[in-house]
Design a protein around this ligand. Structure first.
Ligand SMILES: *Cc1c(COP(=O)(O)O)cnc(C)c1O
Length: 346
């Protein structure tokens, strides 16, 4: 089976398992797990931030960030298709008690003008209580639902600057920031510049079994640690898995361009198949989203033929490329889709 449902399905390699087996561990809650501490320092340095905290999931990283930046009742401004809104169990409302102002993006990108248009005025003449305060803007890079799309650096900086001048915090959901950096050659720290907090995931393209991190300003990370504990994220001998994350960071970032090449080749092939629609402009990193009639049935037929895809809507299907999918696998997946498409769409 060629598993293209997500880049989270990667299994640790033999070398990663060896690093995991030999990991030095302590107790994460007592802050004396040396491998966790090493990972946190490495991530903070890579992202150009003062501190970082290791957590079990990207969802937890985003949600402790939201909680650390806000008070219940605040507004968070974010792009309308963001992971934070659609794939985190309703946590912004349930855990942070915030409401969201969603802004429609183009390929996941929103503009400074859009943010200025919805941010409440800080005007002292406006009576307190009349306008709900917004406290945070969150952006996503790469943007998952928009297709794994990359924020142009200039556009990113304009929104960060606008948020700053409005007195808003800025959080980056960089679950796949590694992919943006690999694709463009722009360092992760460049993309992270100006953000108060940044989420990164190790369990996707980097191939680690578990874990994400939140990096940022020391005061915010300290506050976020309190919410990590509150949300049940104190995970004791977490050095076992942090060793996998460290291994992925050091060994699997450069090779992400191979996943991007496979996604591109797959998208271009699928685009030639009758009845399938692909927006090739959206194919910028390791993902291909495409439209096909009766997506769940198409997904089922592809699975029977040996390719596991993810149907995300009545017509929408996703294929994600990762380190357990070779160029040869990509060729085989193209052949399978070609056969299924010819049959399915007859
Ligand atoms: C995967 C992902 C996350 C975090 O997901 P977890 O499954 O909780 O680790 C956050 N943001 C984006 C954009 C993602 O794709």
């Amino acid at each position: 089976m060629i598993d293209l449902r997500s880049d989270t399905v990667t299994k640790p390699s033999a070398a990663m398992r060896a690093a995991i087996a030999n990991a030095e561990v302590g107790d994460d809650v007592f802050a004396d797990d040396p491998t966790v501490n090493r990972l946190e320092e490495r991530v903070a340095t890579l992202l150009g931030k003062e501190a970082a905290v290791y957590v079990p999931t990207g969802t937890m990283a985003n949600q402790i960030a939201l909680r650390a930046h806000t008070e219940p009742g605040d507004i968070v401004i974010t792009e309308a298709l963001s992971h934070i809104i659609h794939h985190e169990g309703g946590a912004p409302a349930a855990l942070a008690g915030v409401s969201i102002t969603p802004l429609p993006g183009r390929y996941g990108v929103i503009t400074a003008d859009q943010v200025r248009a919805v941010a409440p005025r800080l005007d002292p003449d406006v009576p307190p209580g009349l306008v709900q305060p917004a406290s945070l803007v969150t952006l996503e890079n790469t943007h998952n639902e928009a297709g794994g799309t990359i924020w142009p650096l200039e556009a990113l900086r304009e929104v960060v600057a606008a948020a700053g001048s409005l007195g808003l915090g800025v959080h980056l959901d960089g679950a796949r920031l590694w992919n943006a950096a690999a694709a463009t050659g722009i360092a992760e720290s460049e993309y992270a510049d100006g953000f108060d907090t940044v989420t990164v995931c190790f369990s996707k393209g980097l191939g680690a079994p578990v874990g994400s991190a939140l990096a940022g300003r020391k005061d915010l990370i300290d506050r976020a640690r309190r919410f990590k504990a509150m949300y049940g994220g104190g995970f004791r001998q977490a050095g076992i898995i942090a060793a996998g994350a460290l291994y992925g960071l050091e060994n699997n970032r450069d090779r992400l361009v191979e996943d991007h090449a496979n996604a591109r080749r797959f998208a271009e092939a699928v685009a030639t198949m009758d009845g399938i629609d692909v927006d090739l402009e959206a194919v910028q990193t390791n993902m291909t989203y495409f439209d096909v009639p009766e997506a769940p049935l198409f997904e089922q037929r592809c699975r029977e033929a040996g390719v596991d895809l993810l149907a995300l809507g009545p017509q929408r299907v996703r294929a994600v490329f990762h380190l357990d999918v070779s160029a040869a696998d990509t060729g085989r997946a193209i052949d399978v889709l070609s056969g299924v498409a010819a049959d399915h769409l007859r």
